[in-house]
Design a protein around this ligand. Structure first.
Ligand code: ATP
Ligand code: CA
Ligand code: CA
Length: 428
């Protein structure tokens, strides 16, 4: 899937859908936002607000260009997630998405048939999801909420909203809004979607050579001898967070998720201008969003970044064993410093002495809304019979991130260098 989308103009087949999605968000989300903040209740997790738009308009909903219905699911929960857990500026969020109706659509959708749209400043992704994924997200929302609250450094997709647009002829389109892991201001030179399975997990290398935006897979990673270059501290923190996130996913029976890895080579910089066209489209007249996104996710020189770097440096690597790893939890000011997104909105590679290398990783666990259903089970069994059975399905996926239970602890392979002789390399 390319990283650059096609702008959706009025003549685009999905223009009406985009218009309706953005209008619904603009009106629905700001409606909830305008109310006085209150603590969440259990009912908030099942609440839904409905809006009916038409060309005439009424007291509640202004007139719109088209007739459609909009549903905002668990609006108070998502508001709390956005504001209190993910520390988004509410005005920024709405402005990025809806100040101007500009979205770009990512090329051809994947196997799942989902469509992806970028907000015009590239910070947010709208992903259309299946009805089953929508139902699943609602069903795990309380657990998801608790997990991300307890794990401010989670690598899981950050969901900012769950909505539905219903078109006049009854077509219902569910979608989520989530964080874009890749920053607008850095070229991503290589992208990997890693599942911890090797079956069918290869992007043809000859095609990859011609397409710098190809999303490569597990076998490309292995054959190219890739590993995340991280010094003992970052490695231990990342492994610990991935372990917790994978444990959560296992707990809610999710499979088929991926670790998405974008690699920015600082020596190459942005000279290839992989996203030049997108930036041309997205950079003008953005008073807040780009600047803010840098500070929110940890601009190089922000006081938060400096404080966190100090905190990371001061942790004694020898103490990063199984029981002593602490993911920093302090909240600095109103914004949390996110350790895995602190270096130019990513995680800078480091050597064994924790010195920075010329690579920045952009990492996250994506596509987390597919539960291990009977259908999938059958599919995987069949796949497994055809090929190496141990390499298919959830368990192997988890094995990528998690050391097997009660065996000597080790770092997940092949994603993290294990060449180190440092004691913490085997401590997690
Ligand atoms: P399938 O179910 O066939 O795997 P899908 O339609 O559910 O596909 P995803 O796996 O969620 O799609 O994402 C497909 C690709 O889109 C990813 O490999 C990645 O390149 C890009 N992508 C998805 N989510 C994000 C994100 N949060 N940030 C950046 N890129 C993303
Ligand atoms: Ca996927
Ligand atoms: Ca999927």
């Amino acid at each position: 899937m390319p990283l650059v989308g096609n702008l959706i103009g009025e003549d685009h087949v999905n223009y009406v859908l985009m218009y309706n999605m953005l209008t619904g968000i603009r009106i629905g989300v700001s409606r909830c936002q305008a109310k006085i903040k209150r603590p969440l209740t259990i009912e908030d997790f099942t609440a839904r607000h409905k809006f009916s738009f038409d060309i005439v308009g009424n007291e509640l909903t202004p007139s719109a260009k088209y007739d459609f219905k909009f549903k905002d699911y668990a609006p108070w929960v998502f508001r709390t997630l956005r504001e209190d857990i993910f520390h988004l500026d509410p005005a920024d969020y709405l402005l990025s998405l809806t100040a101007k109706y500009i979205l770009s659509e990512l090329g051809s959708p994947g196997k799942s048939g989902s469509f992806f749209y970028f907000s015009r400043d590239y910070r947010f992704i709208i992903k259309t999801i299946r009805h089953s994924e929508h139902k699943f997200l609602l069903s795990i929302l309380p657990q998801y909420f608790d997990h991300v609250k307890e794990n401010p450094h989670t690598l899981l997709s950050r969901f900012y909203g769950l909505h539905r647009v219903k078109l006049p002829r009854g077509r219902k389109i569910h979608f989520v809004i989530m964080n874009n892991l890749f920053p607008p201001h850095k070229d991503i030179h290589e992208t990997y979607d890693l599942k911890g399975s090797t079956v069918g997990r290869e992007y043809p290398e000859d095609k990859a050579a011609r397409n710098p935006r190809a999303v490569l897979k597990d076998l490309n990673w292995i054959k190219r001898g890739k590993a995340l270059d991280l010094g003992p501290e970052k490695r231990a923190l990342l492994t610990e967070q991935l372990r917790r996130d994978a444990e959560f996913l296992r707990g809610v029976n999710v499979m088929d998720y991926s670790l998405l890895v974008g690699i920015h080579n600082m020596q190459r910089g942005n000279r290839d201008n992989v996203r030049r066209n997108t930036l041309k489209v997205f950079s003008p007249d953005l008073p807040n969003s780009l600047g803010r996104s840098k500070t929110t996710s940890g601009g190089h020189k922000s006081p938060e970044a400096i404080a966190m770097r100090r905190a990371m440096r001061s942790s004694d690597p020898k103490r990063l064993g199984k029981h002593t790893i602490r993911l920093p939890e302090e909240d600095i000011g109103d914004r949390l410093q996110l350790i895995f997104y602190q270096d130019e909105a990513g995680l800078r590679a480091t050597d064994e002495g924790n010195e920075g290398l010329d690579v920045i990783y952009y990492l996250g666990v994506i596509d987390i809304l597919t539960p291990y259903s009977l259908v999938k089970r059958a599919e995987h069994l069949w796949k497994g019979l055809k090929a190496d059975r141990t390499c298919v399905g959830f368990t192997s996926c988890a094995a990528v991130f998690l050391p097997p239970p009660r065996s000597p602890a080790r770092l997940p392979r092949p994603f993290v260098h294990t060449a180190s002789s440092h004691p913490s390399a085997t401590a997690v």
